[in-house]
Design a binder for this molecule. Structure first.
Ligand code: UD2
Length: 348
């Protein structure tokens, strides 16, 4: 089969990898890439936010456990024979961690300790964590650098920062090789647009392919560092290959700031339709600007991005358009909102 390979062909130094959260948006792209580079892949996902549809073409090529990182036994079973773990499983919706802090902590905190504990027992060589730029909180200094003191502003950000520390400490105490990647705003095919707190690009794509008007919160001058999912996957693979990680945390983004107004202009022009967005009051707690300094990932991981924003947006638009076309063929719900989610449900 024809797997999509992120970046150039890469020789990986590991044979069998566990991806926790492998049925999710980023996880499924990582699984695809791992198979493409010839790795055996195990997926552990309780499908709370992941979706088996994301793994549909890969299903026969992976070992899949519909299990839970909150259960140490589940993690140990999935880890048999693996030499690397990519730990992506988490409650990723910030609002959910605010609404249900205890339940979220069970997944994001205890789940992470379970992964590390199982890795230590099973003599796994390396653990790579999906962390987040959220650890920087509201610190207005730009660009964000790894040397800044993190100031988490949500339970989610606290979980991620705590997980980073756990990884480092497990390295120091038990010799596990660990590293954390602080993802900036990741986008690409398969990102779920169905919640108001979904990534802005997934929401804008959904609007663009279904001829709806997007909402911009605030005046649209706020900016983010948008990184294409395949570049993020490349960073994950490079990290699993790198030496001397010593529990370090790396920013993974592009180093470029893009304003939300500009983002919609680009998406609308890819769709061939200039639509004026509707402006609404800025979201409470919305940070104005975010961009990462990625020099450390460049020098220590040899990371650089392969996809420009425009290329990433075009590929992403194409995927959303295909989804809507599939729904459109004989389905009356097109155009009534949440189209991609409905499509997902329909296919299930
Ligand atoms: C991202 C994460 C969030 C948290 C935060 C930490 C995502 C989806 N969210 O929030 O979980 O980690 O970073 O810094 O990755 N916007 C609109 N219209 C819309 C949707 C969004 O104007 O329909 C704006 C929104 O107000 C914000 C910007 O677009 O100014 C980006 O929003 P986002 O939710 O994609 O990402 P962010 O950085 O706020």
């Amino acid at each position: 089969m024809n797997f999509l390979i992120p970046g150039e062909n890469m020789k990986v130094k590991f044979k069998k990898a566990l991806v926790t959260g492998g049925a999710g948006f980023i996880g499924s792209h990582l699984v695809e890439a791992l198979l493409a580079v010839g790795c055996q892949v195990v997926v552990l996902d309780n499908l709370s936010s992941g979706n088996l549809l994301n793994l549909k073409p890969l299903r026969d090529h992976i070992e899949l456990y519909e299990d839970d990182i909150r259960q140490l036994n589940d993690v140990e079973r999935a880890l048999q024979g693996c030499d690397v773990v990519f730990h992506l499983a988490a409650v990723v919706a910030v609002q959910q961690t605010i609404d249900t802090p205890l339940d979220s902590a069970m997944v994001n905190d205890i789940g992470t300790v379970n992964v590390l504990e199982a890795a230590r027992k099973m003599k796994v060589r390396r653990v790579v964590l999906a962390s987040s730029c959220a650890v920087y909180g509201d610190d207005p200094r730009l660009p964000k650098e790894e040397s800044m003191t993190p100031m988490p502003a949500s339970p989610y950000a606290v979980h991620k920062l705590s997980a980073e520390h756990y990884l480092r400490v497990y390295g120091e105490l038990f010799g596990l090789e660990t590293a954390s990647l602080r993802f900036f705003n990741v986008f690409g095919p398969r990102q779920d647009p169905s919640s108001p707190y979904s990534g802005v690009i997934s929401i804008f794509m959904n609007k663009a392919v279904s001829n709806q008007v997007p909402v911009i919160y605030g005046d649209g001058s706020q900016s983010r560092d948008f990184v294409y999912v395949k570049d993020v996957v490349k960073a994950l693979l490079l990290t699993a290959n790198a030496r001397n990680l010593k529990g370090k945390s790396f920013n993974i983004g592009t180093g470029n700031q893009v304003q939300i107004n500009r983002l919609w202009e680009l998406i609308a022009s890819i769709g061939g339709r200039q639509v004026e967005p509707e402006y609404q009051a800025a979201r409470a707690g919305d940070i104005l600007h975010s961009v990462g300094n990625i020099d450390m990932a460049k020098s220590l991981l040899n990371f650089n991005t392969d996809f420009s924003l425009e290329q990433g947006l075009e590929l992403t638009f194409e995927w959303y358009r295909e989804q809507i076309e599939e729904v459109g063929s004989g389905n009356a719900e097109v155009g009534t909102g949440n189209e991609i989610k409905k499509q997902t449900k329909l296919k299930l």
